[in-house]
Write a protein that binds this ligand. Sequence first.
Ligand SMILES: Cc1cc2nc3c(=O)[nH]c(=O)nc-3n(C[C@H](O)[C@H](O)[C@H](O)COP(=O)(O)O)c2cc1C
Ligand SMILES: Nc1ncnc2c1ncn2[C@@H]1O[C@H](COP(=O)(O)OP(=O)(O)OP(=O)(O)O)[C@@H](O)[C@H]1O
Ligand SMILES: [Mg+2]
Length: 507
Amino acid sequence: MEIDEAVRGCSDRRLRTKYDNAVYVVQRAFALYPFEEVAFSFNGGKDSTVLLHLIRAGYYLYKKDSGDAAKMDAIKNCPLRTIYFESPCAFPEIDSFTYETVSTYGLPLETIQSDFKSGLEGLLKEKPTKAIFIGTRIGDPNAVGQEQFSPSSPGWPPFMRVNPILDWSYRDVWSFLLTCKVKYCSLYDQGYTSIGSIHDTVPNALLSDSSSEKTFRPAYMLTDGRLERAGRTKKTSHKIEMNSVASNGMNNNEAEQMISRAASIIVVSDEILFGITEDKLGTALCKKLHAIGWRVSHVAVVRNEIDSVAEEVERCKSTDDMVFIFGALGPLHSDISLAGVAKAFAVRLAPDEEFEDYLSQLMGSNYTGDRNEMALLPEGITELLHHKALPLPLIKCRNVITLAATNLDELDTEWDCLLDTQESGLVQAKPFVSKHLRTTLSDVQIAPVVAKLCLEFSDVYIGCHRISRAGPLVVNLTGKDNQRVQAALEKLTSSFEGQFSQVDCCK
Ligand SMILES: Cc1cc2nc3c(=O)[nH]c(=O)nc-3n(C[C@H](O)[C@H](O)[C@H](O)COP(=O)(O)O)c2cc1C
Ligand SMILES: Nc1ncnc2c1ncn2[C@@H]1O[C@H](COP(=O)(O)OP(=O)(O)OP(=O)(O)O)[C@@H](O)[C@H]1O
Ligand SMILES: [Mg+2]
């Protein structure tokens, strides 16, 4: 069997291991389910092309193991039911590659014209189908929480999703296709690295040829597989969000208020809780966030314990747009931040190939201990944020960004890189306006007026603090609408003629 021979004959030990595991999953599926109740979901993409050849190899090995030696010569192909969800928005190259391939490999094709869910409902009604092979890989947006055998989701018709290449990286896919010298869709040689519909897919800009803007290098030249989907345009952008709120009859100001951003900060440090060190980074980050118009809703210092981090992340990730974590990052026993993040998202820590590469370039081969602990990242939800000024990319898990800074200078660098990296999601929001007033009046005297003011100006934050019990009182008015902040200020000062003076800062 040519695929099996090509992989076994190659020197790439990692590819051989990935192949062995995937082919094992294929064979188990054939052992578990009646052949005619298994289907292969094929769409001509690179992942499903890999899967096609793994299924062919797995089928061959399964038949060989079941003692059908006499018939082995006849088993060149695997006549597995193959389903293709056709779409008028598919690339013509994808369509033609799909039809050609099923014909080349003798796959009985069943085309479906509706969406995935109703298409599968129809398919299951028509023919009993217990399991479907899918080319999902960790890193695909829909892979989170899946295993190699994962029942379909609640609300979907019942079948087993079989994902033999779930743990394959972008590089593994290309090593396999090139080692086996199999045909793949021509778009991948034109710079496409992941293919969706004609409306949301363009060649990957990272492969653009320096000599000409219009030519692109082949997909297998992309060195950082994390950026595989860079040619897939995002479904919702800040601009669209803004347009849609503005088109709901709101003016732009109101629209900006609507999308004002909130962040929380988690500092992981037993030392701070013991009083041995102080948290300076949390305070500095509050200032930086405030300066770009973000509201900080919460700063927490938690213990170096997986559960403490997980509980805090779980709380913050759903209430805030962004969560920042400092501390407990590295190979030490107490470096548990990423395990806490993984637990909060109910995913595992798994080796990350790209991060491993960065670590070995930075630290040589002795960098991570026996299990490559430092290269274990939350599986399926991690994005590496690259920047030329950073020796290691920053780790972003959905809306949780792990900062590696240990002092204020390092924080400045990381912050500038985040602002310079679109993928960080750190967009500039409408800036805050702050005005500060100072008075020698007592708290008791101003309390009823300030309480009323808070009700009337609910969009303006009105805070009061003293530098000392005997010293003057400072009132801080902060909001996003300059006129409203000024109006609140005037109302307060006019209630106590001549008793307030405006100052530049709140000290
Ligand atoms: C055969 C097959 C089975 C699927 N089963 C499920 C499922 O059980 N649950 C689910 O949420 N999505 C399921 N999907 C949808 C995929 O998760 C995903 O939305 C789809 O592949 C589109 O990916 P894209 O949005 O990246 O193009 C299935 C898709 C296919 C082709
Ligand atoms: N239109 C479709 N018809 C049949 N199966 C599909 C279709 N779209 C997706 N799938 C299944 O979902 C899997 C994952 O799709 P995905 O787009 O991530 O991978 P791919 O198309 O194989 O490769 P690429 O990431 O380069 O687009 C496919 O390998 C295939 O098994
Ligand atoms: Mg695709």
